[in-house]
Design a protein around this ligand. Sequence first.
Ligand code: C2E
Ligand code: MG
Ligand code: MG
Length: 737
Amino acid sequence: MTALALFATGVGPRPDGAFWTTAYDLVLYNAVYVGAACVCVLAARRAGRDRRAWAALATAITLGLVGNLVYTLVITRMDVEPYPSVADLFYLGYYLPLYVALVALIRARVTRFHTSMWLDGVVGALGAGAVAVAVMLGPALELTDGHTAAVLTSLAYPVADVVLLGLLVAAGAILGLRGDRTLLLLAAAIIANLGGDIVFLDLATQGIYVEGGPLDLTWLIAVTLMATAASADRTAAPAGGSATSRVGWRVVAVPLACNVASLVVLALDGGNRFNSAAAWLAVGCALAALARVAITFREVRAYNAVKAEARTDELTGLPNRRALLERATSVVAEASPDRPAALLLLDLDGFKEVNDSLGHHAGDSLLRQIGPRLVPALRGGDLLARLGGDEFAVVMPDATLDAAEGLAHRLRDLVLQPVTVEGIRLHVGVSIGVASTPVPAATVEELLRCADVAMYSAKTSRAGVHVYVPDPRGGTGDRLRTMEQLRTALGRDDQIEVHLQPQVDLRNGGVVGAEALVRWRHPVRGLLSPADLLPAAEQAGLLRPLADTVLALSLSAAASWWPSQEVPVSVNLSAANVTDLDLPGKVAQALVRHGLPARALTLELVEDTLMTDPERGQQVLGELRRLGVRTSIDDYGTGYSSLTYLRHLPADELKLDRSLTHDVAAEPRAAAIVRHTVALAHELGLSLVAEGVEDDQTAAVLADLGCDVAQGFGIAHPMPVADFRSWLAEARGSRVG
Ligand code: C2E
Ligand code: MG
Ligand code: MG
C-alpha cells in the first residue's frame, strides 16, 4: 500500500535523473508486486479452503514481477525497444496461474463441481470474448496500423482479461456467489487490469507507451486488490460453500445471455478480420452452450433418479429410513405443545418364523404386502416408511397422542388380517410403539428411542399397541440418558467392573468359587448395582455387549489367581445371552484368550431365562456344557414350573434362593424344603449352593441339612477384584467356615 502510494506521487511530473527512474520504476513499482506476492504466499500457508488459489495467485504475481524486471532492466535499455518482447512472454504467462486461481476459488465454493460448471465458464468466457472483440476491440484496432504481432500481443491482454472476467461473472451468477467478497475483489482487480490493457493496446500499437506514467497505476491497483482479497480471506474450514442449489432460472440465465450476445455478434458480423475472430468466438460459444444443455438435461435426470433412489426402500418401494428421518426432523421442528406430532414404530411379530420356515422369498413377499395394506389408512400428511428388517414407522405431523394411538390400533387390525404368501394363508402380528413430540421427546433421536421403548413394551406385554409414558421416577430424559451413558460406558474400560463374592465349601471351609456381580462406576451417580443398570441395558438392547464385557472382566480376574489357586468364577447370564447362538463360540474364545480351562467358568441362569425360547436355550446350554463349562440354575425356588425345567435343563449346580435359606435356623418348614431340595439335587447329580447366608448359625444349619456350598454376607460381601485377591490369599492360609 505504502509503495503504491509512493509510486503514485511520481506518475505525474517527477524529478529527473536515473536515480528517480530507478527508485520509481524499479524499486517502488516492483515493491508492490513483491508485497502482493508475499501476502498471497502467507494466505496459501494458512489452512483455509482457498489455499491452492492463493498459491496460484502468488505464482501469477511473481510472473508479472519477472516480466517487469525483464522489461525495466533489459528491454528499456535497448536502443530500439522490441515489441512484443521477452517480457510479454511473462506478462501473458501471468494469465495461466490466474485462471487456475479463479477456478480453484470457484470450486472451493460449491459442494460438488459438475462438468456443466466448466462448460458454463467456457460459455461465459467465449460469449464475453466475442462481444468484447466485436464491440470494443475491433473498432479500437481499426484506428491503429501496427504490426500484426504487436496488434495480436496487445489484443491478447484485454481479451484474456475479458475471458477471465466472463468466467468469474458467469460462474458467480450461476452459483449465486454475488455477495462473495473475495471474488468481488478479484473481479475488481481484473477490471483494473482490463482498463489498463485497453489503453495500453492503443498506446503500444502506436509505439508511444512510456514507462512510469499514470497508466502503470492501473496494474498496481490490480495487484493490490488481489493481495487485499488474499489477506482478507479468513475462511477456515473447507465448508460446503453458500452455493449448493443449482436449481432455478439462475442456472440458465447467464449462459443464455452470453449465447444471445454471441448470436447478435454473428448476425452483425461484417466480415472484417477482427469481427471474424469475434464470429469464431461466438460460434464456439454457441457450440459450448449446446453441449451445456445436453449435459444439464442428463444431470437433472440423474440427480432426480439418485435422489428418489436414496430415499426409497428397494424391497417394498416405500420411503426408507433416510426419508423418514428427514421427514421426522421437519415434523419435530414444527411441533409445539399445542400442535404435537407423533411417531409410530411397528415391528412384526412372527416374521422370523415366516422367514425361517418358508424362506426369505416368502418373507420378502410378506413385507411387500404391508405397505399397500397400511397406506390407505393414513391421513394426508402421514408418511409410512420401512426402517429395515420387519420394522416400519409412521410419522404423523399435527397429531395428538389419542389420534396416534387410534391410528396404531387401526394399523394393527389391518396387519392382523390374514396374508397370502406363496399360496399359503398366514397370520402375522405386529407390536406398535407410539411416542409424541415435543413432549416427552424433543428431538428425532428421543422420539425414535421413546417409540422403541414403547414398541418393546408392546411386544413383551403382548398388548399390541403401547403408548410411551415417561417414567415417573426418572423422567424420560433420565431413562434415555442412562441408556445412552451405558452405551458409552461399555465402549470404555473404566466404568464397568465386576465385584466378586466368594463361595465356600460347607464341609471343609475351602473356597470353591467366586460369583462375579456387575457394577457400574457411574461418573456422577456413583457405584450402581445390577438393579439400576440391567433394566437400562435391556431396554437399550445392550445385554449382549454387557455380557461380553462381564465375561472378559471375570475371566481376566480368574486368570490372575488360577495358576496358584484353581477357584472358578461364576458369571450371570440373562435371557438375551442364553438365546444367543454365538455364545458358546464367544465363551470358548474368551477362555483361550485368558489361558483358562473350561472348568474355570460357571455360567448362572435363572430358570425363567429359558422361558423365552426353551429349545434354543437348551441348545446353547448343551453346547456350553460340551465345552466343559459348568452351568448353574440361579435363584432356584422363586420361578415357576421349576420341576419340569429341572427335568430337561442341562445343569451342574442348583443355587437355592435366599428367600428359602435365610429362615432355616428358626423355621422347621423352611428346613424341610431345603432338606428335600438337597435330596432332589443330589439325586439328579447336581451340587447345591445356598445363597444369602448372612450368619454362622444359618451356615451351620444349612451344612447339617446337606447343602454343599454357601455364599452370602456372612462369609463375605461382594468386593472389587483386588480386594478379593487379598481375601483369597488370606483364606488360603486360614480356612473360612
Ligand atoms: P444373584 O445372581 O442371585 O446374585 C446374588 C445377589 O445377592 C447379589 O446382588 C449379591 O450382592 C446379593 N447377596 C449376596 N449375599 C447376600 C446376602 O447374604 N444377603 C443379601 N441380602 N444379599 C446377598 P447384586 O450384586 O445386587 O445382584 C443382583 C442380581 O443381579 C444377581 O442376583 C444377578 O441375577 C444379577 N446380576 C448380577 N450381575 C449380573 C451380570 O453380570 N449379568 C446379568 N445378566 N445379571 C447379573
Ligand atoms: Mg447369580
Ligand atoms: Mg441368586
